[in-house]
Design a protein around this ligand. Structure first.
Ligand SMILES: *[C@@H]1O[C@H](CO)[C@@H](O)[C@H](O)[C@H]1NC(C)=O
Ligand SMILES: *[C@@H]1O[C@H](CO)[C@@H](O)[C@H](O)[C@H]1NC(C)=O
Ligand SMILES: *[C@@H]1O[C@H](CO)[C@@H](O)[C@H](O)[C@H]1NC(C)=O
Ligand SMILES: *[C@@H]1O[C@H](CO)[C@@H](O)[C@H](O)[C@H]1NC(C)=O
Ligand SMILES: *[C@@H]1O[C@H](CO)[C@@H](O)[C@H](O)[C@H]1NC(C)=O
Ligand SMILES: *[C@@H]1O[C@H](CO)[C@@H](O)[C@H](O)[C@H]1NC(C)=O
Length: 353
């Protein structure tokens, strides 16, 4: 919809898009009852036509990367948000592991090595949700005994003309974090509770270096544009200064407040504002109570899915879907757990380059 508002050449459009796609995520661990929440925004140039899917354990998965695609069977059920019903881009599993897929213009996945198993970028976050209960478990299983990653990630344009390059953040009920980036073909990992913020480019190491500058003066001055490094500095400051929440309501509100404060309001994208893509939606995952909140920025409503109510481990292996395109948003409020309907798992975008 926003893309149609502008008439630009493909070349100009793609250079704008490379610097424009965004998102922010934060892990908040300040609740007095020890709960950890993860909040994220999705900033994208055109509607993501998302659905929410609930996957059971026991699903057979294929990495969708052509020759020597990775195969696995889901061990845990999960509730996830799609982009175009082609990719998992956000979600939480029944053990409280959270995965967020965010844009990273500087990501580079390297060339295909056919002796390594591979998976499409579209299923990369789902790979973790399907198989691990904690960040530590996922971190321990990334590399083989030679120190080589156990898989490659391949990509293809999710929508025509928009190069799809992403990094992944994982978090769990203990507040641990794992930031995964492919830089110059190598998997670069940051693991620890301190890595509680992620936005977009530049690479995470550079982002941390820039943040060091702001962290000492953050009480007096913070950068205010929508650029990823500016959002990183602000979100780092907010989460460091966030008060301890006395209860779950306040913990959720604190997490939501930080993500709303780094969100980008709706404005048309044009040549004069190349760095802006609006926030389309936000999610907040409560890893203790296993409740997944979804807040639309275009339809004005706020709903949640209680993973315990869906009872994914005992759903007879059925996949469930909550559609969000072409629905009446007046009804997308409050507890959605009862509105899911049985569905086939969507087909992940294949990338066999
Ligand atoms: C998203 O959905 C709208 C409305 O159904 C449709 O017109 C549009 O083509 C879809 N976009 C993509 C990229 O699938
Ligand atoms: C391809 O992957 C295999 C298995 O990990 C590794 O031994 C080999 O060195 C890789 N080849 C190249 C060119 O990186
Ligand atoms: C498929 O992978 C094998 C190694 O597992 C390799 O020898 C072969 O050349 C690959 N085929 C294609 C079509 O890429
Ligand atoms: C910022 O202010 C808070 C609250 O007064 C204080 O605890 C913190 O040490 C200050 N940070 C810096 C870097 O001065
Ligand atoms: C699954 O659900 C059925 C029917 O509600 C119930 O009888 C059964 O005990 C449940 N099994 C587990 C493992 O929760
Ligand atoms: C949407 O749902 C509300 C509440 O059920 C209802 O009052 C309204 O008429 C519906 N709108 C449309 C366009 O169906």
């Amino acid at each position: 919809m926003l893309v149609q508002n502008i008439r630009l050449t493909g070349l100009l459009l793609s250079s704008i898009i490379a610097s424009a796609l965004a998102c922010s995520r934060v892990t908040y661990t300040g609740a007095k009852d020890g709960r950890s929440l993860v909040g994220r925004s999705m900033d994208w140039l055109t509607p993501t036509n998302s659905s929410i899917y609930a996957f059971p354990p026991g699903l057979k998965r294929d990495g969708a990367a052509g020759n020597n695609s990775l195969q696995w069977t889901s061990k845990y059920g999960s509730v996830i948000t799609t982009a175009y019903d082609l990719s998992t881009c956000d979600g939480m599993n029944e053990r409280g592991l959270v995965a967020n897929l965010l844009y990273l213009a500087d990501a580079e996945y390297g060339s295909r090595n056919h002796s390594m198993p591979a998976m499409s970028l579209a299923i990369w976050p789902q790979y973790f949700l399907d198989q691990y209960a904690t960040v530590a478990e996922a971190a321990k299983d990334l590399f083989d005994s030679n120190g080589d990653p156990k898989f490659q990630v391949r990509t293809k344009d999710l929508i025509p003309g928009v190069s799809t390059v992403m990094h992944v953040a994982l978090s769990d009920a203990s507040g641990d974090n794992l930031i995964l980036e492919w830089i110059n073909g190598k998997l670069v990992v940051h693991h620890g509770t301190q890595y509680n913020v992620m936005t977009n480019e530049p690479s995470y190491d550079q982002q941390l270096a820039i943040n060091e500058y702001w962290s000492v003066i953050g009480n007096y001055s913070l950068p205010g544009t929508d650029r990823p490094a500016d959002r990183f500095a602000r979100l780092s400051h907010y989460v460091e200064m966030a008060p301890d929440a006395p209860d779950w309501v306040s913990a959720l509100a604190t997490t939501a407040g930080m993500i709303r404060a780094v969100s980008v309001p709706m404005e048309p994208i044009n040549v004069n504002t190349p760095n802006i893509t609006p926030t389309l939606w936000r999610t907040f995952a409560d890893t203790k109570d296993l409740v997944y909140y979804y807040e639309s920025a275009s339809d004005g409503m706020y709903f949640y899915v209680d993973l315990k109510e869906l009872n994914l481990g005992n759903s007879s292996g059925h996949t469930l879907q909550l559609p969000m395109v072409g629905v009446n948003w007046t009804e997308r409020v409050g507890d959605m757990s009862g509105l899911f309907r049985q569905a086939e798992p969507f087909k992940f975008m294949s990338a066999d380059n």
